[in-house]
Write a protein of this length. Structure first.
Length: 206
């Protein structure tokens, strides 16, 4: 199994990451979404890889954090109105992994899509690197969030990096919501495109 980003490039980009975030785990996770970084030719494939790594490294502080830092919010992510409730406990669905997956309904949806019982075992996202990467790829490839496209379609459809930000955080960062956070994502994306030897395309800021 090959990935458009080499292990050497990954190590170069993230030398101080938490050892939990393994390159091998990422490569294994890409098998769940074969269209990821394989669509539209080499330039677009590398651009998508840079966009994914920019957004996920922003969320996890350069892959230094596996779980949400603020434990005070841990019991905030249980929506008891869901018919399946919160079987792992009210405080079990805090942010984990490269995209900081949170809420019981997201754990259930991601688990159902990926074939893991994350509703009952959310801890898998902080103990299995492949599962952690796979949850980020689930969001990237299948969820529109507050945006208009999945992050995958935003890049391969040439809608621009801005639309990946919109699909992840929408008005929290776009349209003046938090320009500092938005600009940090753009900065990382631009840097990663340079390292990977590809172009950023247009429409970078939202």
């Amino acid at each position: 199994m090959s990935f458009v980003v080499t292990e050497e490039q990954f190590e170069l980009l993230f030398p101080e990451r938490n050892p939990f975030y393994t390159y091998q785990g990422l490569v294994e996770a890409t098998a769940k979404y074969p269209e990821f970084t394989t669509t539209g030719g080499q330039e677009i494939a590398l651009r998508e890889a840079a966009a994914f790594l920019a957004n996920t490294s922003h969320e996890s502080l350069q892959f230094k954090h596996v779980v949400e830092i603020n434990t005070a919010f841990y019991d905030h992510y249980c929506d008891p109105s869901q018919p399946y409730g919160c079987p792992a406990g009210k405080a079990a669905y805090y942010g984990r992994g490269p995209i900081q997956l949170s809420w019981n309904f997201n754990y259930k949806a991601a688990g159902d899509a990926l074939g893991f019982d994350l509703l009952n075992h959310p801890e898998l996202v902080e103990t299995d690197p492949m599962v952690a990467w796979a949850t980020a790829l689930w969001y990237w490839n299948t969820q529109v969030g507050p945006g208009n496209f999945t992050c995958h379609n935003a890049i391969v459809g040439d809608h621009g990096f801005a639309e990946t930000i919109r699909s992840i955080n929408g008005p929290l960062e776009c349209e003046g919501g938090n320009p500092r956070q938005m600009n940090n994502r753009v900065r990382l994306f631009t840097e990663y495109c340079e390292v990977l030897g590809t172009t950023t395309g247009d429409n970078l800021t939202c």
